[in-house]
Write a protein that binds this ligand. Structure first.
Ligand SMILES: *Cc1c(COP(=O)(O)O)cnc(C)c1O
Length: 388
């Protein structure tokens, strides 16, 4: 039986042709396709700078490094995210804490954030160096109030926009960095556009851009302007910082630049599928995804919430039955603070009750641009059968 996955890539002949042309060119690792891809993403977002990297996790890591994260610094993010949103601080030796989610959007709650900042300021406990709002499922967080709080307390904002390229907030594209210092994307195959593995950091801040370039490639510079002392000649480079090799290849960037041409079409298809799910699932004991009026969702995920008080089955039974029927549903996310690694750092069940309650009831349905109408109907019919 062919399983309908929850997410997958859409690769056309023009993507393949562009990758093959790069394979025949002089450049395999960082070359001209990287710059074209970076310019395309920067133009889409309307930002000055973009730095392509090996994956979305590397993007978060160099973004945290560029912000100067050190041991004793603190990062706050949402517990309803992939572990990488929090891990980027841990890579820098810094600490992590979480802000519980809004029960309607499942994004970091602005009210909880305001309370937690006020409590920290009042008790004189450490404030975070940066907040990482995660645009869960492709729906932007409420960036303007988040930016206002960050400004008031002198905190940086790093958007984890892994789900949300192609989405918008108050008419501006996600990643515009108008309400943040930096934003990161992931181009994993289940995300909106793909480079197989891949990621990007965007920013309007030239100081951060220069540090991102260093951290992407070993902390090495070939630009005399950033060197200490004199250059020894045309071969000369200096290692100014401790960086990593997080470069994306030109092959992947060739795929990415071609995928970016189809971003609007991909998001439009995802939005049409979301509207259809909204219609077809309306009468079931489910909570369907609520849309904040300030946002246009990129629809990385379509998450339903089970009204378990009105159902005879457990969430686990429902997931197992859907999977045995060939519907590859998934769960996003296990609250990060309940992972064994984070428990060892002192987090406990009950620390972020909205995220935990949401986790117990949620299921992500198949959602990707290549999903066919007939496949979506099969998903809906199977859900109706299983919930009956
Ligand atoms: C996918 C994802 C990442 C990590 O991206 P990779 O490209 O897989 O490293 C980070 N944060 C969120 C919210 C993600 O969904």
């Amino acid at each position: 039986m062919r399983v309908i996955p929850y997410g997958r890539q859409l690769i056309d002949e023009d993507d393949i042709a562009n990758v093959v042309a790069t394979l025949r060119s002089d450049w395999l690792t960082q070359g001209p396709a990287i710059e074209r891809f970076e310019r395309k993403v920067a133009a889409h977002c309307g930002v000055k700078h973009a730095v392509a990297v090996a994956n979305g996790t590397a993007a978060l890591h160099i973004a945290a490094a560029a912000l100067g994260f050190q041991p004793d610094d603190l990062l706050w993010t949402s517990p309803n995210t992939f572990v990488a949103s929090a891990n980027c601080a841990r890579y820098c030796g810094a600490d992590v804490d979480f802000v519980d989610i809004d029960p309607r959007t499942y994004n970091l709650s602005v009210a909880r954030l305001a309370e937690k900042l006020a409590a920290a300021a009042q008790t004189g406990t450490r404030l975070p160096k940066a907040i990482v709002p995660v645009h869960f499922s492709g729906q932007s967080c409420e960036m303007e109030p988040i930016a206002a709080l960050a400004k008031r307390y002198g905190i940086a904002v790093l958007e984890d926009a892994s789900h949300a390229i192609g989405g918008s907030y108050r008419g501006r594209p996600v990643g515009c960095c108008e309400f943040s210092d930096l934003a990161t994307f992931s181009f994993h195959p289940v995300k909106i556009v793909t480079t197989a593995e891949g990621g990007m950091v965007v920013t309007n801040r030239t100081d951060l851009y220069e540090r991102l370039l260093l951290f992407r490639s070993h902390g090495i510079t070939r630009d005399a302007k950033f060197m200490e002392g004199e250059s020894h000649g045309p071969w000369y480079y200096q290692q100014a910082e401790l960086g990593w090799n997080y470069r994306l290849t030109d092959l992947q960037a060739a795929l990415g630049e071609c995928q970016m041409n189809k971003l609007d079409a991909f998001v439009a298809r995802r939005a049409a599928l979301a509207r259809r799910y909204d219609e077809l699932l309306a009468d079931l004991p489910l909570t369907l995804p609520w849309q904040h009026p300030d946002t246009a969702n990129a629809w990385h995920l379509y998450v339903i919430r089970l009204r378990l008080d009105r159902l005879q089955k457990t969430r686990r039974q429902i997931v197992e039955e859907l999977r045995s029927a060939g519907i590859g549903v998934q769960i996003h996310y296990i609250p990060v603070h309940t992972q064994p690694y984070y428990r060892r750092l002192g987090f406990r069940d009950g620390d972020f009750p909205e995220a935990e309650k949401y986790y117990a009831e949620t299921i992500s349905l198949p959602m990707f641009a290549a999903l066919k109408d007939a496949e979506q109907e099969k998903v809906v019919d199977t859900i109706k059968g299983v919930l009956k």
